[in-house]
Design a protein around this ligand. Structure first.
Ligand SMILES: N[C@@H](CCC(=O)N[C@@H](CS)C(=O)NCC(=O)O)C(=O)O
Length: 204
């Protein structure tokens, strides 16, 4: 296996670096920032026509989209751990990964390209985020993880969207189950290791 991960830990690539750490993968890291013109070069656009990170190349197979990347890596290299083996549990993993992209990411993302949209939406963006957090809190009440009894790629994909920096302005106090679950996710050794890279990148 020869895996290359493109993207700075300051970008959504942190989610994929976290997954790679969970799986103990070896990889080459090309820490391109979101604003790097190399993302729009013909060579990079061949890997990802969106010209964005994260993007990976795994033994010649190019793939983009942080959620898809984590599902692929967990399924390919997780040996039944982070990617559950039954059809029902697998469906649960898809369900929560897709839910995070459709019902959480749009209200939390802080990309420069969405700044105008956020300004226009005003408070309604925060209200939509709180409504989604209510759904997540109900799902996590009385259970440790989103799917089955163990941490899976579903937890990583949802917690990755719900990062501490993106939620700094939200009041999470009413969502006790979400708070407990998110701390458990971010206290995992792989999350701490990936975020150490993020701290180093912020300092540089
Ligand atoms: N839905 C994509 C979003 C990718 C994305 O927008 N990445 C940003 C960095 S976090 C980027 O590369 N932006 C540069 C650009 O779009 O020009 C994912 O989850 O991977």
């Amino acid at each position: 296996m020869a895996l290359t991960i493109y993207g700075s830990p300051r970008s959504r690539t942190i989610r994929v670096l976290w997954m790679a750490a969970e799986l103990g993968l070896e990889y080459e890291h090309v820490p391109l920032e979101a604003a790097d013109p190399a993302l729009k070069s013909p060579a990079f656009l061949k890997l990802n026509p969106a010209g964005a990170v994260p993007t990976i190349v795994d033994d010649g197979f190019a793939l983009a989209e942080s959620t898809a990347l984590n599902l692929y890596l967990a399924k390919t290299y997780g040996c039944g751990g982070l990617y559950p083996p039954t059809a029902h549990a697998e469906a649960g993993v898809w369900r929560w990964s897709l839910w995070a992209q459709a019902h959480l990411e749009p209200w939390l993302q802080r990309d420069a390209s969405t700044a105008e949209l956020r300004a226009q939406a005003g408070e309604s963006m925060a209200q939509l985020a709180l409504a989604s957090l209510q759904v997540l809190d109900a799902a996590l009440t009385g259970r440790e993880w989103l799917v089955g009894d163990d941490f899976t790629v579903a937890d990583l994909n949802v917690a990755g969207v719900l990062s501490p920096s993106r939620t700094a302005e939200l009041d999470l106090e009413p969502f006790g189950a979400v708070q407990r679950w998110r701390s458990a996710c971010y206290q995992r050794p792989a999350a701490l290791a990936a975020r150490q890279g993020l701290t180093a990148a912020r300092r540089s």
